[in-house]
Design a protein around this ligand. Sequence first.
Ligand SMILES: Cc1cc2nc3c(=O)[nH]c(=O)nc-3n(C[C@H](O)[C@H](O)[C@H](O)COP(=O)(O)OP(=O)(O)OC[C@H]3O[C@@H](n4cnc5c(N)ncnc54)[C@H](O)[C@@H]3O)c2cc1C
Length: 592
Amino acid sequence: MASESSRSDDREARLARLRQIPRTPVLIVGGGINGISTFRELALQGIPVVMVEKGDWCQAASGALSRMIHGGLRYLETGEFSLVKESVRERDRLLKNAPHYVAPLRTTVPIDSWGGGLLNAGKRFLRLTEKPSRRGALVIKTGLTLYDAWSRRFGNMPKHQLHNQPQTRQRWPGFADWVKCSAAYYDAWIAAPERLGFELIEDAERAEPAALALNYLSVEQCDGEKITLRDTLRGETFSLKAHVVVNATGAWIDRLNGTLSESLPERKLIGGTKGSHLILHCPALLQMLDGEMVYYENQEGRVCIMFPWYGNVLVGSTDIRVDNPDDVVCEKDEQSYILDSLRFVFPHLTIKEEDVLYTFSGVRPLPASHAASNGSISRNHSLVLLPPLAGRDFTTLCLVGGKWTTFRQFGEEAADRVLKLLGEQRKVSTADLAIGGGRDFPSATRKPGWLKALSSEYGVSQTRVSQLVSRYGTRAQAVMNFMRLQPDHPLHAQPDWSQNELRFLIRHEQVQTLEDLLVRRTPLAISGQLTLPLMAEVNALLAEDRGWSPEKSAQHLTDTLSRLAALHGLGRLYPVEMNKESCHVSQSESEA
Ligand SMILES: Cc1cc2nc3c(=O)[nH]c(=O)nc-3n(C[C@H](O)[C@H](O)[C@H](O)COP(=O)(O)OP(=O)(O)OC[C@H]3O[C@@H](n4cnc5c(N)ncnc54)[C@H](O)[C@@H]3O)c2cc1C
């Protein structure tokens, strides 16, 4: 078993490199998708950029999205045509550049009338009202026609269809009586946003080896040129000077600006709203959805979504203003609100509290706004440049707003501003650049042959190869190369995963905590598969790799259980008696 110092290799090496960098041209603060995207853009232009994140990559809003890669149909109503057009274009790019995680999603909109909502939609468009109301078929058809036009320009999604009442009833017998017709169209969903975020970092560091990304490192203080960073795991501090700081801290933007300069004039950039989702175990609903998303208005006219999620159903979300973005959680009343919204569309479903397997919450980093309705705050993004001033000797570029779908475009715009500040030129475009395991991903026709070839090359069953490819895309080959270096075993508590597969993630993907592994590098938590034995088994692999003592390992497991209970509603895992012995890989397995 490796000693702690010899095994914390990757992080120690990264921290050692950071100690050797007294000054960087660009420091990006915030490792959500927008900071990561800017990091990739700059690294690809050969800039030795540094990025720090106070927790894990994509731990905040970028891990709490509805997991839709979409144009944003409803933004047409508020006249945000350029945002929708850009989103459709970026959606279609992601379908090509990240085909291992992003896939088309057939979507149905239940509608209560043909002509309803015309007046209100017109008023919203002219900004005479912010009140959401039900949209009739004509309003929705107008939006979908524009969607189709843009989709045809950038990709090849099928055109939308309107279905009358008998057609709708035939496909959706469980819909509420108020549903008079429906529209069907295609958007897209993302299976592993946190993994795609990590793969972008990996691509960037490979393209520019002097670029450095460090998680669990927080910006704490600034004194003139000197920025103080703190290792949030061990407490060590570092200082760094930067020519430009990119503030990509999402809902924390104003806080970081306050940290960077106390003398900064009061200018609020962010007015975040919290959104929560549930993962439901509901086979009857899953069967009705049959692979489709339902994009529906709830009793208040707010748009909500539900779609199949790893054998369960993802449903959300809420939209509540919050001032403190730290550790937001899905409250009980939000859970009831989401379930009531669901019953509004499917009134005959019985859903019990214990059917909620997992919850997650995040804060949308929306621009500060006085809008009366949260839904009418713009989802567009913008850049705000703060020049150097007394006590803060560098320029700060703030990334305000932005959807997950449009991260590439936003990162490109941010990087171009930074390049201009540095007097550098853009050399590479990311528009058509495949990401991580999306590189060399075979077409649907080539895929079966490719899987078969991999299966014989690695001596692994085709089922297992397909599973690994669905998890890692073409990076599955790197995973399999690692897995065959030593004998492997399926996990006792979840045989769909193997020890060496998890060891690969632990060693190669900047995993610092059990939570990183369960929540962001794998879908084990969000797919509702967590049990105490499984957590203990995975924790044991992490402890073995890091050389943790039995006490440290047991404490880490306890801390993770508490966090998952608090942040994701997993308190029901507690009643199981915790066995310290289970925190270790058994001797025979670790030696095998
Ligand atoms: C409920 C919800 C549903 C959504 N659904 C969708 C959707 O379906 N499709 C879509 O396209 N978009 C969606 N979005 C929007 C999208 O997820 C966000 O706009 C996007 O993820 C924002 O990314 P970000 O990088 O700007 O912010 P974040 O992901 O919040 O990242 C900011 C990071 O900064 C870090 N940080 C803060 N302070 C410091 C510091 N001092 N030092 C170091 N690091 C710091 C934080 O820890 C955080 O990780 C949704 C958002 C929410 C909340």
